[in-house]
Design a protein around this ligand. Structure first.
Ligand code: AMP
Length: 286
């Protein structure tokens, strides 16, 4: 496994992989790797001949007061995990390498960033789109793998590549969950034991709502009301949003008449948890 810190070394390693091995699958991460990240690496290994992982805690996608400084950075352990997962190239640059002299050019993806987390985290998706565009230029992979865990991010990146004609296939991968349904996340470590127990309510209410939709309930506000009530009854929690949106455009969907996504963001203690599940009409529900 090659570990590159500079852009030149990364470009060369990428070029060599494409010459000698064939297609390369890219898995962008912020490190602190867990089973969710490893499932993306596994998906990339299945679809491509070689796998490149990036590890970069991107400052421009964190807002003031968010956890950029505190974000875990266990690089040695991450590299060990990449090695045993069969990764061929890791690009782990420092901030100066990616933003020498600060950041002057930024990529803004319109429309799909105006809803859900967009208004609540101003600048976040510009930071995401900019770093992903930069990584796609440094590592021109054949396919890039992103988790449905960050569903809005996946939709933003699909639109970014479409709008900027970037020839990289975007592959969405299912969310890995703990046994009680909580989506695996580096930030779950911020939860106390009782908050951790409470956090299981989030996936439970979403799966229950998806099940009701599969059985014929088409009224989104009825489903959203039930989800809000159960979250509020679970203990201290601040609901930022609970929404049902079109799976492709993220537009609000008052009536469930096509593939949609139930999305939520809830604060439990100091931890902001986001999650989502698919929802569809009875004939097509998964
Ligand atoms: P992060 O390191 O949090 O930026 O995540 C890197 C990639 O891993 C993103 O595409 C995430 O959507 C994905 N990811 C994070 N958690 C999970 C999970 N529980 N299951 C599947 N993918 C995940």
């Amino acid at each position: 496994m090659i570990v590159a810190g500079s852009i030149a070394a990364c470009r060369k390693a990428m070029h060599d992989l494409q010459d000698n091995r064939g297609s390369v699958g890219l898995v962008p991460t912020m490190g602190a790797l867990h089973r969710g990240h490893l499932s993306l690496i596994q998906a990339a290994r299945t679809r491509c001949e070689a796998v490149a992982v990036t590890i970069f805690v991107n400052p421009t996608q964190f807002g003031p007061g968010e956890d950029f400084a505190a974000y875990p950075r266990p690089l040695d352990d991450d590299l060990r995990q990449c090695e045993s997962a069969g990764v061929d190239l890791v690009f782990a640059p420092d901030v100066e390498t990616i933003y020498p002299g600060g950041e002057c050019t930024s990529v803004h993806v319109g429309g799909v960033t105006d809803v859900l987390c967009g208004p609540l985290r101003p600048g976040h998706f510009d930071g995401v789109a900019t770093i992903v565009a930069k990584l796609f230029n440094i590592l021109p992979a054949d396919a890039a793998f992103f988790g449905e865990k960050d569903y809005q991010q996946l939709v933003v990146i699909r639109q970014l590549t479409r709008d900027l004609n970037i020839p990289i296939e975007i592959v969405g991968c299912p969310t890995l969950r703990e046994s009680d349904g909580l989506a695996v996340s580096s930030r779950n470590a911020y939860l106390t034991p009782s908050q951790r127990e409470q956090a299981a309510v989030l996936s439970r209410v979403m799966f229950a709502a998806a099940e009701r939709a599969a059985c014929g309930e088409r009224d989104s506000s009825e489903l959203m009301g039930a989800m809000r009530l159960e979250i509020a009854n679970s203990g201290p929690a601040e609901i930022e949003y609970v929404d049902i949106v079109d799976a492709a455009t993220l537009e609000r969907m008052p009536i469930i008449d096509r593939p949609g996504r139930i999305c939520l963001a809830v604060r439990i203690g100091s931890c902001r948890l986001i999650d989502n599940v698919a929802v569809d009409t009875p004939s097509k529900a998964d």
